[in-house]
Write a protein that binds this ligand. Structure first.
Ligand SMILES: [Mg+2]
Length: 123
């Protein structure tokens, strides 16, 4: 079976480790780790991942701006907002971009797998 390739965009090494731990290597491959939104946009174009986990609060360029740019270039991009922020303002802003899969930090490993499966089923 083809592994699901995941691009992680997050400035926190702790989250990189948590995501790596949550995703069984038989089914998932972390194809790249970007530490800010600008890097995330560049790596998305280079790597064409199946799924992106997108933090919101990051240096250089935040996750909402990065998600907007990625979706402008590729309307079929599958982006999960993975953030400690769960406020209405953020949820509304993300939904306006067409993003409706959210995962709040700290997450349980199974929640991340479920979120990825959910977003992969959508076209
Ligand atoms: Mg952050």
């Amino acid at each position: 079976m083809k592994k699901i390739r995941v691009l992680v965009v997050d400035d926190a090494p702790f989250t990189h480790r948590a995501i790596a731990k949550a995703l069984p290597g038989d089914f998932f491959e972390i194809c790249g780790v970007a530490r800010n939104g600008r890097e995330g946009i560049k790596m998305y174009a280079e790597l064409a991942p199946d799924v992106v986990t997108m933090d919101v609060t990051m240096p250089v360029l935040d996750g909402l701006a990065a998600a907007k740019e990625i979706l402008t270039a590729d309307a079929s991009a599958k982006i999960i907002m993975l953030t400690a922020r769960g406020d209405e303002e953020l949820v509304t802003a993300a939904k306006n971009l067409g993003i409706d899969v959210f995962l709040q930090k700290p997450f349980k490993p199974g929640q991340l797998v479920t979120a990825i499966q959910k977003i992969c089923r959508k076209e």
